[in-house]
Design a protein around this ligand. Sequence first.
Ligand SMILES: [Fe+2]
Length: 279
Amino acid sequence: MSIKVTPSGQACGASVTNIDLTQPLDAATITAVRTAWLEHHVLTFPDQVLSNDELERFSQYFGHFGDDPFIAPIKGRKHIIAVKRTAGETAPIFAETWHTDWSFQAKPPAGTCLYGITIPATGGDTLYANQHLALAEMPTALRDKIKDKVAIHSAQRGYSNDGLYGKSDQGGDRSMDIRPSDSALKTQQHPLIRQHRETGEAGIFGCFGYIMGIEGMADDKAAELLMELHQWQTQEQFQYRHQWQPNMLVMWDNRSVLHRATGGYEGHDRLLHRITVAD
Ligand SMILES: [Fe+2]
């Protein structure tokens, strides 16, 4: 029995069926999933009732566990974090700005697995933006401005003590176990246009947010260029809007897509388990 891959019809994303993730996968199936992942960037696996062990086993077919700073793992697990929100929570929605996970690391994760456990009936869609497509369709004038530029990434705006999830947020009612730290002030450089390690395809890597500046450019000029790039790279024509269901696993490629959370489920609990996969 081979897997069935159904493209979303949007700029990326495909649904994978004819597969049972409660069972170990054979080599041919793992290869088929990896091939589909590299082609579609975001894979969704509906109707998979998974234990944490099964979720970990699946993620490990695609790489080692990634290093997750600033968010404590769930009890009894080193590599699973809970993305959660309670019905009455008033803290800002987690990860509502465009980003690719942990792009401020020296070796950012290849992928992220996110498994829906408690999913409200409406709202909470995750948006993805295909950065291979955004680069391929980019006007020459903008491409000339970003080619050969090296971006300076940092977790500062999010996870430093003064960041969005810093000291002031810690006083609120956020249910996620976020641990801000001044280690978020560290910076890491990555080219704005980067070759995908596995496919060799060029894409835009990262965006304003974790990107703080551009090597050799004044801050105001860099911010102006990063905002122009942000407008281009997050357009709806490059997007896939993912709607969650309970027992649905999603695995995306951080090397080729940006993503962001959305709200719209006030009054409802929401819980997902996340594992990052190293590159
Ligand atoms: Fe994320």
